[in-house]
Design a binder for this molecule. Sequence first.
Ligand code: IPE
Ligand code: IPE
Ligand code: MG
Length: 239
Amino acid sequence: MNIQTENDKIPQHIAIIMDGNGRWATEKGLPRTEGHRQGAKNVRVILEHAKERGVKYVTLYAFSSENWNRPKEEVNVLMELFRKYLKEDVADLQKNKVCVSFIGDRARFPEDMQERMNEVERETADYDDFHVVLALSYGARDDMIAAIKRIAMDAMDRKCMISAINEQVVNDALSTHGIPYPDLVIRTSGEQRLSNFLLWEIAYAELYFTPIYWPDFNEQDLDIAIEAYGRRNRRFGKV
Ligand code: IPE
Ligand code: IPE
Ligand code: MG
């Protein structure tokens, strides 16, 4: 097997639905929030391993637009975890020259967190070895609605002809613009649904579901998912 073939078997972009924190904790007799704490710790492990394996982009679904509907106490704990993550873990990513960006409705977060997100994006924008995209307060439908509005405005202002609207125009209007489509979507915890994650972008992604809860999903489990991806025959409509 030559190097080119090897590389083709490594997904360039992995998107992960990090699910099962609550059940992980509940099954251990712990409060759900303890699962979120363990889950947050696991992010570092998986990102480091993905980078080592030659993956170039990892998008992490950390908080959906719908997750705002959870009990206030749980949302508050998650906010504190995100704030800490942005301060400490993201600073380490910056030190390691990782390009970090955010998708989702950041206006719903407290001002200090929004400022930190903007700052991190600005400061890491030129790094290109490894990209981490954090989906926070993200919902694919919301993102698509925002894109439709942008395109409609451009059409109204005659900046874009309706007949010129194509896949590229839509890509450019989404918050994921500039990021290649995910090749592999991993969802932990046994649920087999997308829960409003990257609907447009994963039209042709390989889907991989594992029963393992996110806090327990380790390097070896990521290798198993990557190997499963490598065995898939990606056809893109061809024979
Ligand atoms: C994923 O774990 C983390 C978030 C959605 C913030 P869950 O909190 O959804 O855990 P389960 O699915 O209830 O076990
Ligand atoms: C999806 O998980 C969102 C994240 C993992 C951040 P949920 O646990 O919120 O999804 P549903 O409610 O089971 O579909
Ligand atoms: Mg869940």
